[in-house]
Design a protein around this ligand. Structure first.
Ligand SMILES: Cc1ncc(COP(=O)(O)O)c(C=O)c1O
Length: 366
C-alpha cells in the first residue's frame, strides 16, 4: 500500500455536505472578500484560542509581516528567531527591514529556549519570534519573562501549532501577537492560502486591520503604507465549518503519534519526538531523528517502498545564501537538519499504515 505523508481527503469527506453548502452560500452572497464570514471566523478563532482579537489575512507569511510591523519592528532592528523553520519566518523579518538574529534550538523539542533566546539578544533587538515548530511551542511563560526583562515584543509563529495549548490558552494567545497559517496541510487547513493574526491588544488589532487594507481605516485615507492582505470570504466560510473539529483532529494526531512512539520504542538509531511538560504537542509533523549519518539512506528506502516522508528542514535558515553573511552559529539546528525525517501523519491515519511505515523503517536500518 502506498502511504502519502499527508492526506486531506478524510476531512473533506467527513464534512463534504456542510463545506459545499458553505461554499455555495458564499458564491450566492456576492461578498467575496472580508465581510460577515471573515468577521464570524475571526471571532470564533479568538474565542477558541482564548484571546480578545483576531484579524484575518491572506497567508501565514503576511500574518508574520503585518504582526511585525504592528509590533513596531522596522529598519535596522534585530529579531531573535529560530533557524530551524520554514524560510518565511526569517523572510518576514527581512521584509520589514529588520534582521533575523538566529538563536539555537533545544535538541529534544527543536524549539528555541528562553536561554538560547536570551544569549542572542543585543542592544538592537526589538522583538522575539519563536516558531512553534512541528506542533508545540517553547515555554511561553519563560519566553515572555525574557521579553519583559529586555522590553521586547513577542510575535509567535503559530503556522504549525494551531490548537496546541499551554495552560488555558492556545498558542498565538500567549505573546503580544500570534501569526497563523491555514495553508492546506496545516492543522486547521484551508482550501487555498489564508492566515490570521491574534492578539489581546485592541490597539495592535486595529493597526493590523488597517495594515491589511493598504494602511487605511477610512476610504481614501491612507495614513501609512500597508498591504493588500484580506482574507477571502470563501476561505473563512470553509474554515468556520472546520474549526469546531480541530480539537478532535489534533487528538487523532496525538493518538497516531503515541502509536508511532510505541512501535519505535527500542529501535536502534531512531529517536522519537517528545512532548515538553509545559504544553500540548499537536503533531503537525511526527519528526524522528535518524542517527549515525543514515537519514538520507532511510529516506530513500522509505520512498522506494511507497512511503511518503520529508526532511523538514534540510538546510538551516542561517545557511541560506541570503543569511550567510550573518555568520550565525547554531550547532543544534545544523545537526537536526542532518538527522530529521518526518513520517506520514494526518488525523485518522490508519494504525496498519503506521505499522507498515515502522516495518519499512526498521528494514532500512538493518
Ligand atoms: C513555520 C512557518 N512559518 C510561516 C509559514 C508561512 O505560512 P503561509 O504558507 O501560509 O504563508 C509556514 C508555512 O507555510 C510555516 O511552516
Amino acid at each position: 500500500m502506498q502511504i502519502p505523508i499527508y492526506n486531506p481527503a478524510p476531512q473533506y469527506e467527513a464534512l463534504r455536505e456542510e463545506l459545499e453548502q458553505a461554499a455555495k452560500d458564499v458564491l450566492a452572497s456576492g461578498i467575496y472578500i472580508l465581510g460577515p464570514n471573515v468577521e464570524a471566523f475571526e471571532q470564533a478563532v479568538a474565542e477558541y484560542l482564548g484571546c480578545r482579537h483576531a484579524v484575518g489575512v491572506n497567508s501565514g507569511t503576511d500574518a508574520l509581516v503585518i504582526a511585525l510591523v504592528a509590533a513596531g519592528v522596522g529598519h535596522g532592528d534585530e529579531v531573535v528567531t529560530s533557524p530551524f523553520t520554514f524560510f518565511a519566518t526569517a523572510e518576514a523579518i527581512s521584509l520589514v527591514g529588520a534582521h533575523p538574529r538566529f538563536a539555537d534550538i533545544d535538541p529534544a523539542t527543536f524549539n528555541l529556549t528562553a536561554e538560547t533566546i536570551e544569549a542572542a539578544i543585543t542592544d538592537r533587538t526589538t522583538a522575539i519570534l519563536p516558531v512553534h515548530v512541528f506542533g508545540q511551542g517553547p515555554d511561553m511563560q519563560a519566553v515572555n519573562a525574557v521579553a519583559k526583562r529586555h522590553d521586547l515584543r513577542v510575535v509567535e509563529d503559530v503556522a504549525q501549532g494551531f490548537g496546541a495549548r499551554q495552560g488555558s490558552k492556545g498558542l498565538g494567545a500567549l505573546g503580544d501577537l500570534g501569526a497563523h497559517s491555514f495553508y492546506p496541510t496545516k492543522n486547521l487547513a484551508g482550501f487555498g492560502d489564508g492566515g490570521m493574526i491574534t492578539t489581546n491588544s485592541a490597539a495592535l488589532a486595529d493597526h493590523c486591520r488597517k495594515l491589511r487594507v493598504h494602511g487605511s481605516a477610512q476610504r481614501d485615507h491612507h495614513p501609512e503604507i500597508g498591504y493588500n492582505s484580506r482574507l477571502d470570504a470563501l476561505q473563512a466560510a470553509l474554515l468556520r465549518v472546520k474549526l469546531p473539529h480541530v480539537d478532535t483532529w489534533n487528538q487523532q494526531r496525538r493518538d497516531a503519534a503515541a502509536i508511532y512512539t510505541e512501535l519505535l520504542d527500542g529501535v536502534d538509531g531512531v529517536i522519537s519526538p517528545v512532548e515538553a511538560p509545559h504544553g500540548t504537542h499537536i503533531y503537525h509533523q511526527y519528526t524522528v531523528r535518524i542517527t549515525n549519518g543514515r537519514r538520507d539512506a532511510v529516506k530513500t528506502a522509505l520512498q522506494e517502498a511507497g512511503i511518503g516522508c520529508m526532511v523538514y528542514y534540510s538546510v538551516p535558515v542561517h545557511h541560506q545564501p541570503v543569511y550567510k553573511h550573518l555568520h550565525a552559529k547554531c550547532p543544534e539546528a545544523e545537526r537536526a537538519c542532518g538527522e530529521v525525517l518526518s513520517l506520514p501523519m494526518w488525523p485518522g491515519l490508519p494504525a496498519d499504515a503506521q505499522e507498515q511505515v515502522v516495518e519499512a523503517l526498521k528494514g532500512a536500518l538493518r
